[in-house]
Write a protein that binds this ligand. Sequence first.
Ligand SMILES: NC(=O)c1ccc[n+]([C@@H]2O[C@H](COP(=O)([O-])OP(=O)(O)OC[C@H]3O[C@@H](n4cnc5c(N)ncnc54)[C@H](O)[C@@H]3O)[C@@H](O)[C@H]2O)c1
Ligand SMILES: N[C@@H](CCC=O)C(=O)O
Length: 514
Amino acid sequence: MSVPYKHEPFTDFTVEENRKEFQAALKKVEAELGQDFPLRIGGELVYTDDKITSENPAKKEQVVGRVSKATRDHAEQAMQAALTTFEDWKRWDPEARAEILFKAAAIIRRRKHEFSAYLVYEAGKPWNEADADTAEAIDFLEYYGRQMIELKNGIPVLSRVGENNQYGYIPLGVAVVISPWNFAFAIMAGTTVAAAVTGNTVLLKPASTTPVVAAKFMEVLEEAGMPAGVINYIPGSGSEIGDYIVDHPKTRMISFTGSREVGERIYERAAKVNKGQYWLKRVVAEMGGKDTIVVDKDADLDLAAKSIVASAFGFSGQKCSACSRAVIVEDVYDEVLEKSIALTKELSVGETINDTNMGPVNDQAAFDKIMSYIEIGKEEGRIVAGGTGDSSKGYFIQPTIVADVEADARLMQEEIFGPVVAFSKAKDFDEALDIANNTEYGLTGAVITRNRQHVEKAKTDFHVGNMYINRGCTGAIVGYHPFGGFNMSGTDSKAGGPDYLQLFLQAKTISESL
Ligand SMILES: NC(=O)c1ccc[n+]([C@@H]2O[C@H](COP(=O)([O-])OP(=O)(O)OC[C@H]3O[C@@H](n4cnc5c(N)ncnc54)[C@H](O)[C@@H]3O)[C@@H](O)[C@H]2O)c1
Ligand SMILES: N[C@@H](CCC=O)C(=O)O
């Protein structure tokens, strides 16, 4: 029997010993950078000539690793391997499947700083963000393992005289898992193991800018005893193999996390029943956000500014949960804005091996997109902090606050996915909530208030999947804050929540007449 789930503690980097250990891990990983990683298809390691080169976004010339690139033929081979393996894997005792996850969690825990160091190099994460990403990956393994054990005998239903009834869950088949780069470890690992622990086999296509940490995770799974063919690792371009695996008639479900644009495409394509397909594909799609922190007039204004700045600029705003809109009741607008500007000016931006507050953004495309929104910000409001970027060595953008933006402006409506937050004024709390709700998304949001009635109103009227009170709007913890959004933020599949694994299962009723 395993001990109860508890989330993995974060490393306290104010402790000198922890800093030294992390610096040692950074050194060790730096010496390993530039290796080649294979595809993994049915347990075979496949090296291709065509590679995806993963670069450090903080230092463009630094190659983190070269990863073999899957073609459609590889994707087809992976599908066949997954189909064959499914026939065996689905019959495994769920507890034995869960044990592999616990073993993998233990391996990663022992090498925690090493994985976080990879995230510093490959995703440009500051130390604390890398550490949190690794901790969340461990949490997903520990939590989903336990959830599977809880579900293994199904859920009791009523029986009656002369009739014995059972209600249980069986796996679906081959799951296609497509993950984003911004939680290159946690989301990639969590979505993959959720599919596998429930008895499905997996085709994993990680994001093209962060395939190395996924390759390292494959090594851990193998060491933990994951049988060959259960998880098939096929990095490749979305356009080359993405559509192919989504459309494949043998794909039973798709677990996608990424942008709204790609999510909509996958949702639409998955709806079509192709030749040889005899099920409706299940789609879990977790997409973008346009998340708001609302500040009431009766609120702790220091807490408000701290929450806005941390949620807007943590990992350079590259979180689906990031605060990209601060909606502030007019009585306290100027004060919160001033406090936020002051805190923002204290943030350091630079190469994340140096433990800066903020690192680079993901790549040139992200840099260009974010800078173009800053230009739009100059038209739609007033730049009061930041506003500049430099992509000569890495993709660095200063944390940017745009003040006095109208509620329907582009800056208030479109996902920027970078270190840019728009401030908007509301005449009172009701109007602030209306503005908070006026986007097509509905992922996270927070209210900062001391007014109990307003807290209660926000609980019912703030239409987001994760609503926080008197704190920032990022940083959901597995098992504590099940995570997923409404409307165009996705299918509200609550990752790290008690009903998440059922998305990877189908329920079966058995009724026996006695
Ligand atoms: N809601 C959530 O839980 C959540 C979590 C993390 C990120 N996100 C969102 O993800 C986005 C950032 O991530 P991103 O830039 O990696 O997103 P993205 O949509 O560009 O890419 C996500 C994944 O989809 C793949 N892909 C691209 N085209 C494809 C296609 N035609 N078919 C199949 N797969 C394809 C990519 O290669 C990548 O692996 C943001 O919008 C962010 O809000 C959401
Ligand atoms: N779960 C993370 C966000 C994941 C998306 O980028 C958070 O709660 O901040």
